[in-house]
Ligand binder design. Structure first.
Ligand code: HAM
Length: 423
């Protein structure tokens, strides 16, 4: 058997404790923000039937065609997929458990998503999203509220330079007409199309507009626009979203070419992007998906949502010089001698009873080596107990970031430390 060191799967990252502290801080902030808008948490499985994503995201999309981790369950042959996104699962769960019966729902989830993309900075094969879904809401007020929510979060996180791109995709009928015109137009320019575009011409011509191929840009720029096909209802909806954003002084750019990579969207779509993360600058994206609930088997109901990439937002916060989160420990308890060990165990529990975060030194060693560990722990205080102290019923309380040490009776420790931490 080979004993070479095993590595994580490419594009799937370990999040080590220093970094995980930032994640926890981020997740706490986000939870408070979601609470303040009345969104409730939902947790779905990581594995779903492959058919769910094919039906929801669309057969002719990059995600379904080439990025899904799909396999047959070796026990019963079921076709399964590690979720590449959360909207389809969230809608599936809401329908399966009748959450939408007469009651719209504001839901959010947080967790790992999986896409077999080429890994690079900001693009991973396992990445993490916070997803927000409002199910059963038709009006432009909720589209705008979700955008306002995002703007508030960027303020709370202290993030700068995130721009909002906005577009409307109209409704199904308008998109059908536009699609027919696009096919017709690109057929007339078939000699310019590359292999990818030719393959998509009849299945998903809208995606051709996303192509980065320089040789096709001129033809793409002159392609028929969707705006000409939009019906009054969709235009009125889009106007109302913009009006609310203006009222709240949220800056945005209209991007007619913003089409998104998932097929379930209609009407409002949006992306928040930054130029400070290189090629993977979209930190948050979403829009309306009024057809999806019916497509997954429910009674037709409108909906709107978005998801943000946690890795990208944290990277941006580091670019902005985010301060390290506060220390996660209050006391490191140093002890030497048999009786002192027994007493230290008791005192550690008493300090925890008083709400303090305590590491009790384990593994013996000299006072000196234990004090080194106490310094490295980043705790603001060490409590030191030796057998002499046990005889006297006293411990030494030593501030680790400067200040005089003091002798205290065991019973005084919890109160004194809490008082010092508050002061
Ligand atoms: P999405 O645009 O595919 O939309 O992903 C949303 C966000 O997830 C992106 O803006 C990005 O920040 C992050 N993200 C996507 N792929 C990766 C990756 N490979 N590595 C790192 N971060 C990534 C959705 O997933 C929709 N479900 C959003 C939505 C919710 N629409 C309506 N409701």
């Amino acid at each position: 058997m080979s004993n070479e060191t095993l590595q994580a799967v490419r594009g799937m990252n370990d999040i080590l404790p220093d970094e995980a502290e930032r994640w926890l801080w981020f997740e706490d902030t986000v939870r408070g923000w979601l609470d303040s808008y009345g969104y409730r948490n939902i947790r779905m499985p990581l594995l779903e039937p492959t058919a769910l994503f094919k039906r929801a995201i669309g057969e002719v999309t990059d995600i379904v065609e080439k990025e899904m981790y799909s396999f047959a369950d070796s026990l019963n042959g079921d076709q399964l997929t590690l979720r590449p996104e959360g909207t389809a699962s969230c809608v599936r769960a809401a329908l399966q458990h009748n959450l939408l019966y007469n009651a719209p729902q504001r839901l959010y989830y947080s967790g790992a998503m999986f896409r077999h993309e080429r890994p690079q900075k900001g693009r991973y094969r396992q990445f993490h999203q916070i997803g927000v879904e409002a199910l059963g809401f038709a009006g432009p007020d909720i589209d705008a509220e979700q955008i306002l929510m995002c703007a508030r979060l960027w303020r709370q996180l202290g993030l700068r330079d995130i721009t909002l791109q906005l577009n409307t995709l109209g409704d199904a009928a308008a998109r059908q007409r536009h699609r027919a015109k696009l096919i017709n137009y690109f057929e007339q320019h078939s000699s310019v199309l590359d292999a990818d575009a030719t393959r998509r011409l009849h299945s998903n011509p809208l995606r051709i507009l996303d192509s980065k191929n320089p040789a096709m840009q001129q033809v793409i720029a002159a392609a028929p626009g969707l705006m000409d096909e939009l019906e009054q209802d969709a235009l009125t909806h889009f106007d109302a979203v913009q009006q609310i954003l203006r009222r709240h002084e949220i800056a945005f750019e209209i991007s007619p070419r913003l089409v998104r990579g998932l097929d379930y969207y209609n009407r409002t779509v949006f992306e928040w992007t930054t130029t400070r993360l290189g090629a993977q600058g979209t930190v948050c994206a979403g829009g309306r998906y009024d057809g999806l609930i019916e497509q997954i088997g429910g009674q037709s109901a409108p909906a709107c949502g978005f998801a943000m990439g946690i890795e990208r937002l944290l990277a941006l916060m580091q670019e902005d010089g985010m301060a390290s989160p506060a220390a996660t420990l209050d006391v490191y308890l140093v002890h030497q001698g048999e009786q002192a060990g027994v007493m230290a165990g008791k005192i550690a529990e008493q300090l925890r009873d008083a709400g303090l975060r305590v590491v009790l030194h384990c593994g013996g060693g000299s006072f000196k080596s234990q004090m080194k560990k106490a310094d490295a722990s980043r705790a603001p205080y060490a409590v030191i107990i030796g057998d002499n102290e046990v005889q006297a019923g006293m411990a030494t309380l030593k501030p680790l970031h400067g200040g005089e040490q003091v002798q205290l009776a065991f019973g005084e420790l919890p109160g004194k430390i809490n008082q010092l931490l508050k002061g």
